[in-house]
Design a protein around this ligand. Structure first.
Ligand code: NAG
Ligand code: NAG
Ligand code: NAG
Length: 303
């Protein structure tokens, strides 16, 4: 009898405590430039597909919620992604929500409650600004280019690229597999003069527009925070611009980035208080709309 108990308890411990195989990740919505009565915020569907392809379910993180609502959601989800776009990183509803989740994530991780955060493009820049309000970005001539990554000496020991096949790392370093759509970036020279950023973020890759060398991939030293100035989700899921790469290595790039971030979310054990609350929060309650040719996205969720 005693033996039976200890065995079953051990099994319980291992199955429930080591890994969360049902991760749910939030994606931050952002303001629509010319809103309509029922369409004030959006999420590009490629971000949703990106996380789904790694084995996560997605909940939209709506704008203008109360702090209490955001806290409740934070304690229900296993990570958050700040997508690209055009919102202000200094003052917008996107920035407000990003800051609340960033502060909750810093505090949670410090007490051992694992909570990963990912920033893509605008989200990548947003993370710098949240870490250091002294962040200044430089103009870069990079709206619509594809580039190989210039890996740094830190790449080899990184968490982010550890699981990538050697062949894919070689392709990433030599082929233009990463798509950039931004007009600003964090110059490497600026990074080196900002102690707050230097202490917090490990640079995993850089790029240049020919004039300015800027950060293109980071991971935080002491927190599960990651970011890319480029768009890993576009290779597999966006077709509007002819320069978006769709080669086998480009698609693998999408997949390995998603696989990595979702594997980080599996280390979080936040959960919704009830199945009903989870069901109501999931993005499955909304339908993506086919938005070509007006939009940069094939499909968007509009809220
Ligand atoms: C906005 O949404 C509400 C509630 O779903 C609906 O009743 C109303 O007709 C919608 N208005 C427009 C302009 O679509
Ligand atoms: C920006 O880059 C493009 C090539 O991607 C080049 O044709 C153009 O001259 C550049 N513009 C400036 C202002 O450097
Ligand atoms: C990277 O490592 C190489 C070889 O060890 C060294 O020569 C180079 O200075 C290092 N670069 C930086 C930026 O630390």
């Amino acid at each position: 009898m005693l033996l039976f108990f200890s065995v079953s308890l051990t099994c319980l411990f291992y199955s429930s405590a080591k890994r969360n195989d049902s991760p749910v990740i939030g994606i931050l919505a952002q303001e629509i430039r010319s809103p309509k009565p029922n369409q004030t915020a959006y999420i590009g569907a490629s971000y949703v597909k990106f996380l789904e392809s790694g084995g996560a379910r997605v909940v939209p993180v709506m704008l203008s919620q109360t702090l209490e609502e955001y806290k409740r959601l934070f304690n229900s989800i296993n990570g958050i992604l700040y997508p690209g776009g055009r919102a202000s990183i200094i003052s917008s509803r996107y920035q407000r929500a990003a800051q609340i989740f960033y502060e909750l994530a810093v505090e949670a991780n410090e007490r051992g409650d694992y909570f990963p955060v990912w920033g893509t493009c605008l989200g990548f820049e947003q993370l710098f600004y949240l870490t250091s309000v002294k962040t200044t970005l430089s103009f870069t001539n990079t709206s619509g280019v594809t580039l190989p990554l210039s890996f740094t000496n830190e790449t080899k020991g990184s968490r982010l690229f550890k699981g990538f096949p050697a062949e894919l790392m070689e392709d990433l370093a030599t082929e233009s597999l990463t798509e950039h759509s931004h007009k600003k970036g964090l110059a490497v020279s600026t990074y080196h003069t900002n102690e707050e950023l230097k202490k917090f973020y490990k640079v995993l890759s850089t790029n240049t527009d020919g004039t300015t060398e800027f950060l293109s991939t980071f991971e935080a030293y002491d927190y599960p925070f990651y970011g890319t100035q480029w768009h890993p989700e576009k290779n597999a899921f966006e077709w509007r611009n002819p320069y978006i790469p769709h080669s086998p290595s480009a698609i693998k790039t999408t997949f390995y980035m998603a696989e990595f971030f979702v594997s980080e979310a599996r280390r979080s054990f936040h959960r919704f208080r009830s199945e009903e609350e989870e069901r109501k929060a999931l993005i499955y309650n909304y339908s993506p709309v086919y938005t070509r040719p007006q939009s940069l996205f094939e499909q968007m969720y509009l809220f």
